[in-house]
Design a protein around this ligand. Structure first.
Ligand code: MG
Ligand code: ZN
Length: 219
């Protein structure tokens, strides 16, 4: 019975997500859903992305959080355009929340939309928003066992960004083994090794994103 209810919720969500996708395509807004645990560095990666691409493309950010607008304020302070969604305790964004956020954005004037999902490795993986690419971020202190514990998140990701690379010498994180496990779950996932603190590896993430955006616009 419970399984059936969840399936219905997900299919209603998928219908709304498809409508969001239609609107985004109509306005030519390339949209990326960024997911991770709390504290993995989603906001830091977004700030690097704004810094690296803002002269080439018009960027906006949707900030999903259980409460507060701290991350939206950081984005705005960085010169980015931000819309905040507070989920009032909800542990993920869903397609319906995105409907109202999109209403509040000047879509004609946006080419790249970054969505910072609520920090959680479980249900954000289940709820499509209408995005074109899903990115999951894992920071080294979380441990290299996460693909075993949260396989869905790693299976649906188009890109996996490993963050906090500067901490590698201090941790027992088997980075080669981790990459093999991710590839075992999901061969098409691109994997990036970055440190948002030092900037190491950020360039390769930016060039992937830039290429994906160009591919999208050439379709
Ligand atoms: Mg954040
Ligand atoms: Zn949830």
């Amino acid at each position: 019975m419970e399984v059936k209810v969840l399936q219905n919720i997900l299919s209603a969500n998928d219908q709304l997500a498809a409508r969001n996708r239609q609107l985004l395509n109509q306005k030519r807004v390339f949209t990326v859903n960024i997911m991770s645990s709390p504290g993995a560095g989603k906001t830091s990666l977004i700030l690097h992305t704004i810094k690296g691409l803002k002269d080439k493309v018009k960027i906006a950010v949707i900030e999903g959080d259980v409460a507060s607008s701290l991350d939206a304020e950081k984005v705005t302070a960085y010169g980015g355009r931000a819309v905040q969604i507070n989920t009032d305790g909800g542990c993920h964004l869903d397609a319906n929340m995105l409907v109202s956020a999109l209403d509040n954005l000047p879509l004609d004037d946006i080419e790249l939309l970054l969505i910072e999902n609520v920090g959680n490795l479980i249900c954000p993986a289940e709820f499509a928003l209408g995005e074109h690419k899903k990115v999951m971020l894992l920071s080294l202190p979380e441990g290299d066992d996460k693909p075993y514990k949260y396989p869905l998140m790693f299976t649906i990701a188009d890109a996996v960004v490993i963050n906090k690379l500067d901490l590698l010498p201090y941790l027992d994180f088997d980075i080669e083994g981790f990459c093999r496990t991710v590839k075992g779950l999901n061969q098409r996932a691109e994997i990036f090794r970055v440190s948002c603190k030092t900037g190491e590896g950020v360039e390769s993430w930016l060039s992937w994103l830039w290429n994906e955006l160009k591919n999208y616009n050439s379709i």
